[in-house]
Design a protein around this ligand. Structure first.
Ligand SMILES: Nc1nc2c(ncn2[C@@H]2O[C@H](COP(=O)(O)OP(=O)(O)OP(=O)(O)O)[C@@H](O)[C@H]2O)c(=O)[nH]1
Ligand SMILES: [Mg+2]
Length: 432
């Protein structure tokens, strides 16, 4: 069973709280504030690990939570940051989330931050000013980001073997590479993609044997749909076409079915370079094989080579391998996946930041009571202790700066009215 899908929950560590502390010295009755800042919460990072081949490890474990930052302490001691939690994924993992993350993890070592740790809270020392020399409050750290991620593995192969069930794809892979896929004379022998490698002149190509495609595969018929995604990243497709189908079907019809399914799945697949491998030549008279090849050369575009092959006798296999090396671009690692237009180029390390949510709005909830709604504002409120008057006075000052007080006044707010933000209800008396 190839584990090519997983769903995981990631959560950055909480930021450490700032400390509220005052210097203690032998001869000073009350020293100045010396509460240190907390530490940042740990990030959750996905990192491409070349030794992994599938998403199996995520079957056992679906939750990944980074550690919190430590709290600050007196004597200006800063809390340690929470360590980064690295989660290894195989090359070829596509990561998406409902809030807009979409990243292709391809190169070994490539990293992306998928849940940032929460910000730390500042210690009371940082709130000292000429008018507030002994701040008796500190900031709290905030929770880290959290989200569910969909992981999808798309194999990274240079060459994809496509064709109807029983066309002889796995037999070809066996002959061309050291891979050992199951071969049998019934359709759908191959149930999941199998990779093999072939080497020549110091270069290596990865070939993927894809389960047989049938009519309707692009809409989910047979096994094909799930696996069509795996050929998206190949550079060249070898269309394997049975010269002597057991069911007596017409190879031309069979050829059209596969091409139509590829195109229906994704037009970019239809645009990939092709090689037509006519298979099982040992089962038909030589004249028939030659005639078929001639016909296909006439029918197909000039840039599609036609090779007569037999996995039984080895015929045409050398030529096929030669064509593969010729057609797969050398700078394969650089050229990798087909990217949607407008998609950002791959960077070694990226941080996912959903659109900033700075907006807020004010609702009137009754006579003399209002609610302010907005993620940024709610997070700001969560930083201060509602029972600490000094902290609330400082918060008020910040709310005024952001424009919240103004928006409240526009909505009919009078000093002394009640304001609800997040879970907290408090009486607001600006400037009092
Ligand atoms: N005589 C002969 N038989 C072949 C050749 N290639 C494949 N076969 C036979 O054709 C049947 C199907 O071959 P597979 O390689 O399993 O075909 P496949 O395309 O992988 O089929 P699915 O995995 O079911 O999609 C098997 O019985 C093979 O032994 C060939 O070159 N010559
Ligand atoms: Mg097979």
């Amino acid at each position: 069973m190839l584990y090519d899908k997983a769903r995981i929950f990631v959560q950055g560590g909480r930021g450490g709280d700032g400390s509220q502390s005052f210097r203690r010295e032998a001869h000073v009755p009350r020293g100045g504030p010396d509460g240190g800042d907390g530490g940042r919460g740990g990030d959750v990072v996905l990192r491409v690990d070349d030794s992994l081949r599938d998403l199996q490890s995520f079957k056992r474990k679906a939750h990944y939570k980074a550690r919190p930052g430590q709290h600050g302490q007196g004597a200006n001691r800063v809390g340690a940051d929470g360590p980064t939690l690295e989660v290894a994924v195989p090359p070829g993992t596509v990561v998406t989330s409902e809030d807009g993350l979409h990243v292709d993890l391809v190169h070994p070592g490539q990293r992306v931050v998928v849940a940032r740790g929460g910000p730390y809270g500042r210690g009371n020392k940082r709130f000292a000013s000429a008018t507030r020399q002994a701040p008796r409050f500190a900031e709290r750290g905030l929770p880290g980001e959290e989200r569910w991620l969909e992981l999808r593995l798309k194999l990274l192969a240079d060459v994809g073997l496509v064709g109807l069930p029983n066309a002889g794809k796995s037999s070809l892979l066996r002959r061309l590479t050291r891979a050992d896929p199951k071969v049998a004379d019934y359709p759908f022998t191959t149930l999941e993609p199998v990779l093999g490698t072939v080497e020549r002149d110091g270069r290596q190509l990865v070939i993927a044997d894809i389960p047989g495609l049938i009519e309707g595969a692009s809409e989910g018929a047979g096994l094909g749909h799930d696996f069509l995604a795996h050929v998206e990243r190949t550079r060249v497709l070898v269309h394997v076409l049975d010269l002597a189908p057991l069911d007596g079907s017409d190879p031309a019809d069979n050829h059209a079915v596969i091409e139509a399914e590829l195109a229906a799945h994704d037009p970019r697949l239809a645009a990939l370079p092709r090689i037509l491998a006519l298979s099982k030549a040992d089962l038909v008279p030589e004249e028939d094989a030659a005639a078929a090849a001639e016909l296909w050369r006439e029918t197909l575009d000039d840039d599609i080579p036609v090779v007569v092959t037999s996995s039984a006798t080895g015929r045409g296999l050398d030529e096929l391998v030669g064509l593969l090396f010729e057609r797969v671009p050398v700078a394969q690692a650089e050229a990798l996946p087909i990217e949607a237009p407008g998609e950002e180029a791959l960077a070694e390390h990226r941080t996912f930041r959903p659109a900033a949510r700075r907006e807020f709005h004010v609702e009137r909830t009754g006579p003399g009571s209002f609610r302010v709604v907005g993620e940024g504002i709610e997070r700001l409120l969560a930083r201060y202790d509602p029972d600490n008057e000094e902290a609330m006075a400082y918060l008020e000052h910040r709310l005024a700066r952001i424009g919240v007080i103004r928006a409240l006044q526009d909505a009919g707010f009078e000093p002394g009215d009640e304001v609800e933000i997040g879970d907290v209800v408090f009486e607001l008396d600006p400037g009092a």
